[in-house]
Each structure stands twice: as structure tokens, then as C-alpha cells.
Design a protein around this ligand. Structure first.
Ligand code: 2DT
Length: 212
């Protein structure tokens, strides 16, 4: 019997339509957990800093055109190139708050008409989140918030399709929060759910892989 601890950080993912408040809630969640003394890092996908990430970024800015399948695989590759660092961080006790993950990958590509099982396949073997916080907002409400940038996908019609695709992806790790509530209420709910998850992972919950 060795004395190695199985304690680890939690993999917490935030998902939702554009303008649902994901990004500002991620930073609130980060400070909340930091204030409680946990090791936490904020991540996001796509990670535009890598070579693959730059190809994705220029595609999103409409500066390049790519086949729907090809861009799907690049988004996936962008997660694979970060997989081992992600595992290292989690095993060293750091909790990761991740803005978008494989669910965005599948929801956005299948909204274009690609087969959902085909979309899931390249994600198999990536680390499964311990918790997916879904910030639920009707596409029309999100559009009313304004501030859609000029990027590809930031259009109401398309966001409606993404909304539908997301509904097909809910699993046991998902918790849905009403993103139309006041910011502080959403923050409080996310904080409680995240804390619960961090505690469970600290006690040694095993890391698992997508899709389970
Ligand atoms: P941000 O605006 O959050 O940077 O997202 N997307 C994202 C995909 O189509 N597939 C993926 O795997 C991921 C992670 C969602 C940029 C856009 O990229 C979309 C919005």
C-alpha cells in the first residue's frame, strides 16, 4: 500500500450559446475558488495560441475557408494538443475552468449538418469533464444582448441550430443554469455546483474519458 494520494483538481467546463455569459462567469468562478484557497486555472477552447489555433482563428474571422469536416478535426486536434498538459495539471491538484470543450465541437459542427456520431468520434479519449455547467439562454434572448462580433457562427439562425444540437448532448455530468437570471444569481449557483465538484475530486474521484 503506497501513500500516494489520489486527490486531484477538477475539470469543469462551461458551455452555452454565444452571449450566454460564459466568459464573465468563468472569471467569477476562478476568483471564487481562488478566494477559497484552491489552485485554479482558466482555460479556453479554441486555444488560439498554437499553430492549429491560429488556423482556427483565421477561419472564424472569415479570413480562410475550410471544409466543414476539416475545421471540425482542427478544433479536435486543438484539444488533443493540450490533453497531456491538462492531465498533468489535474493530477498535480489544479482545478481547470474551461470555457468551451468537446460539446461546442459537436454542437457547432452538427448544427452545420454533419453526422453527430462522426463529430463525436475524434473526441474519444480526451478527458471527460467532471462537471459541465450549461448556461441556458434562448437564442433570441442571447441575440438581444447584442455584441455578437463579426465572427462566423454569430448569427441568430445558426445559434438556433446550435441550441438544438446542445440539447442532444446533455449527460450525467451536466448541470443547467438559467443564464437569464441576474449575473450574481448565476454566479452563486455556479459557485455552489463547482465547489461540490472540486470537493469530490479532492477525495479521489477517478479521471475518465469521453464519451462515457
Ligand atoms: P469563442 O468565441 O468562445 O472563442 O469560440 N467552436 C468552438 C467550434 O465550432 N468548435 C469547437 O470545438 C469549439 C471549442 C464556437 C469561437 C467559436 O468556435 C466555435 C464559437
Amino acid at each position: 500500500n503506497n501513500h500516494k494520494s489520489d486527490s486531484r483538481g477538477a475539470l469543469i467546463v462551461l458551455e452555452g450559446l454565444d452571449r450566454c455569459g460564459k466568459t464573465s462567469q468563468s472569471s467569477r468562478l476562478l476568483s471564487f475558488l481562488e478566494r477559497l484557497g484552491y489552485l485554479v486555472e482558466s482555460w479556453r477552447f479554441p486555444d488560439r495560441n498554437t499553430g492549429v489555433g491560429q488556423m482556427i482563428s483565421s477561419y472564424l474571422a472569415n479570413e480562410s475557408q475550410l471544409d466543414d469536416h476539416a475545421i471540425h478535426l482542427l478544433f479536435s486536434a486543438n484539444r488533443w494538443e493540450k490533453r497531456s498538459l491538462m492531465e498533468t495539471r489535474l493530477r498535480s491538484g489544479t482545478t481547470l475552468i474551461v470555457d468551451r470543450y468537446s460539446y461546442s465541437g459537436v454542437a457547432f459542427s452538427s448544427a452545420k449538418g454533419l453526422d453527430i456520431e462522426w463529430c463525436k468520434a475524434p473526441e474519444m479519449g480526451l478527458l471527460a469533464p467532471d462537471l459541465v455547467l450549461y448556461l441556458d439562454i434562448p437564442p433570441e434572448k442571447a441575440a438581444e444582448r447584442g455584441g455578437y462580433g463579426g465572427e462566423r457562427y454569430e448569427q441568430l439562425d445558426f445559434q438556433r441550430k446550435v441550441d438544438h444540437s446542445y440539447q442532444l448532448l446533455h449527460d450525467v455530468s451536466w448541470k443547467t443554469v438559467d443564464a437569464c437570471l441576474p449575473i450574481e444569481d448565476v454566479e452563486k449557483q455556479l459557485g455552489e455546483m463547482a465547489l461540490d465538484c472540486v470537493t469530490t475530486c479532492q477525495k479521489g474521484k477517478a479521471l475518465s474519458q469521453l464519451w462515457s
